[in-house]
Design a protein around this ligand. Structure first.
Ligand code: GLP
Length: 236
């Protein structure tokens, strides 16, 4: 695992964007594993900007999102599907047919990824509790965990409640790629910014490798890069 600490979140986003843009330039049919959350908003914004400026063609990429809430329609502004459309798919020249979000058919999601040739680069955020995708601590989030339905912790529901009218409207369940699928990506890029992520980053980088600390499993991957800003790296 490698680590880059940037001076702020803009620089974190710029560095991440450069890596994604270069991949698509070199491999126009790249398969990208995508993530949502506040951390990724500047990344997609910058990616759309660079794509226009450098005339990068996104029309042949295939995408698979790492997670989504269970039971929210893509029309619901709080769904990950809606987020992806708003921040990325509708703004870059992306073929919507080649984009995928997990849903109740999560058990067959892995087959689609395999058929597409596997994920070249998996982009990840991190939860305050160390979750990656929605692999919540405990909850079967072992090294061998499969793509599955998962019960969200109350902490995660609270952390994500800003996108909903009230906490009670935050779904109780989500679907996520399992740790074993995430680790199959050829390259992994985890991003974090802000003080509220400092504990999670410190535990991911130097804590015990355990299902109680799902992001720690990324240390088992051969080609994994963490890009975090100074605040998120504040406890390293
Ligand atoms: C969310 C998502 C993750 C995301 C993480 C960080 O709950 N399930 O995929 O990476 O938590 O979100 P944020 O960037 O808003 O802090």
């Amino acid at each position: 695992m490698e680590l880059i600490i940037t001076k702020n979140s803009q620089e974190m986003a710029r560095k991440a964007t450069r890596i994604i843009a270069n991949l698509v330039k070199n491999k126009p049919k790249a398969v990208l594993g995508l993530a949502t959350g506040r951390t990724m908003i500047p990344v997609y914004k910058e990616l759309v900007k660079i794509a226009r400026k450098e005339k990068i063609d996104f029309s042949k990429i295939t995408t698979f999102n790492v997670d989504d809430y269970l039971g929210l329609s893509a029309k619901n502004p709080a769904s990950h599907a809606y987020y992806m459309n708003k921040h990325f798919f509708s703004k870059a020249n992306i073929n919507k047919k080649n984009t995928h979000l997990p849903d109740k058919n999560i058990k067959s999601y892995g087959k689609l990824i395999k058929k597409a040739g596997g994920i070249d680069l998996q982009l990840l955020g991190i939860g305050r509790n160390g979750h990656i995708g929605y692999n919540e601590p405990g909850q079967g989030s072992t090294l061998n965990s499969k793509d599955r339905k998962i019960k969200l912790t109350e902490n995660t529901r609270k952390a994500n409640s800003g996108a909903f009218p009230s906490l009670s409207k935050v779904p109780k369940y989500a679907v996520t790629l399992g740790i074993s699928t995430i680790l199959k990506a050829r390259e992994i890029l985890l991003l974090a910014n802000g003080k509220h992520k400092a504990d999670a980053i410190a535990k991911a980088v130097k804590g015990k490798i355990s299902s109680k600390n799902p992001a720690s499993f990324l240390r088992k991957h051969k080609n994994c890069l963490f890009i975090v800003d100074r605040e998120a790296g504040g406890k390293l």
